[in-house]
Design a protein around this ligand. Structure first.
Ligand code: ADE
Ligand code: ZN
Length: 339
């Protein structure tokens, strides 16, 4: 059992089929267009986004989102996760007819309930959706800057990376950065290494969502390592969406060997038949990571988390204490088996 941290998961994409079906029953909605046989149905990135948008329309009240955040963080805690950062989208709230303030309060309430029950830390990263264009992303940034919340500590951009150029979004990111929010942006998932380089130049993030296709340019890999830009890697998502044909072709371990800070994340767990524990398991099985290496991945995530210094120190101390206990257990097991 390795303690874990997650920096990259979309809260709308974390809603389990069971929870979505419960909300559908509450609202008398038909889900047969995007859930069949207990699974979300999609076949490519665009249809994935469509299914995800449809499911999110069933979260319509503050309490629906409190339920979702609590459900997800409790599930993470059962996987030995001690810190969770989720992407939120005021655009999705608005589309469902929910006031963004009620959306954020609901999510924060769910995180508080999960923390009270398990001790798991949670933070929210506001996002704009790239395919909605620069004005919409600027509006998302403006909203969050005008309505600060203690648990909203970052700003990012998700959605279809193949649309628009990162520099079109610079005003939104400048606004968020100037307000003290941590900055992350999806790049190098659906598009190649140039997309990562352009995002770095135009938006100055400290973290990149995915970023794995930086591997296509050795100079860019060196830049990521030199500037210690953290990659929020999501291997299970990448295989599901066909970014790579199989885990053997995934560049996670190669990026790590080149000195890039890499982490493990679930992205949209039920859509990609994964969860955070499975991502750590993938690293063990396919990338040759042992428990010490996996613990180092968690430490990397905590060092780059969008939290204050006191919270970071407490999380790292928790990780350290667990490592010491596990080392003691191993020594004890060794002495028992050798006697
Ligand atoms: N929104 C939800 N999941 C996403 C992904 N994998 N890439 C871009 N935007 C997303
Ligand atoms: Zn993502």
């Amino acid at each position: 059992m390795v303690l874990k941290a997650e920096l990259h998961c979309h809260i709308e994409g974390a809603a389990s089929v069971t929870l979505v079906e419960r909300k559908a029953a509450k609202y008398g909605a038909d889900v047969s267009g995007f859930i069949r046989g207990g699974k979300f149905v999609w076949h490519d990135f665009t249809s994935f986004l469509h299914a995800y948008d449809q499911a999110s329309m069933l979260f319509r009240t503050q309490e629906d989102y409190a339920d979702l955040a609590e459900d997800y963080l409790l599930a993470l805690s059962r996987q030995d996760c001690i810190h969770s950062e989720v992407f939120i989208s005021t655009d999705h709230a608005l589309s469902a007819g929910l006031d963004p303030q009620a959306y954020i309060e609901g999510l924060a309430e769910g995180m508080r309930r999960a923390k009270d029950a398990t001790g798991i830390e949670g933070r929210l990263i506001a996002t704009g959706l790239r395919h909605k264009g620069p004005d919409a992303v600027l509006a998302a940034a403006q909203y969050i800057v005008d309505h600060p919340h203690p648990l909203v500590t970052g700003f990012g951009m998700a959605g279809d990376e193949r649309m628009h150029h990162p520099k079109d979004f610079a005003p939104a990111f400048d606004l968020a950065r100037d307000a003290g929010l941590g900055i992350t942006v999806h790049a190098g998932e659906l598009s190649g290494w140039e997309s990562v380089a352009d995002a770095l130049d135009a938006l100055k993030p400290s973290r990149i969502g995915h970023g794995v296709r930086a591997i296509e340019n050795p100079d860019l890999v060196k830049r990521l390592a030199d500037e210690q830009i953290l990659l929020e890697c999501c291997p299970g998502s990448n295989i599901s969406l066909g970014v790579y044909p199989d885990f053997g072709a995934h560049p996670f371990a190669e990026l790590a060997r080149a000195g890039v800070a890499v982490t493990l994340n679930s992205d949209d767990p039920p859509y990609f038949h994964t969860d955070l524990a499975r991502e750590y398991e993938i690293a063990k099985t396919h990338f040759g990571y042992n428990e010490d290496m996996l613990t180092a991945v968690t430490a990397t995530a905590l060092k780059a988390a969008f939290v204050d210094d006191e919270t970071r120190a407490a999380l790292l101390a928790r990780l350290d204490a667990d490592k010491t206990v596990r080392a003691g257990d191993e020594r004890f097991a060794g002495s028992v088996s050798s006697s």
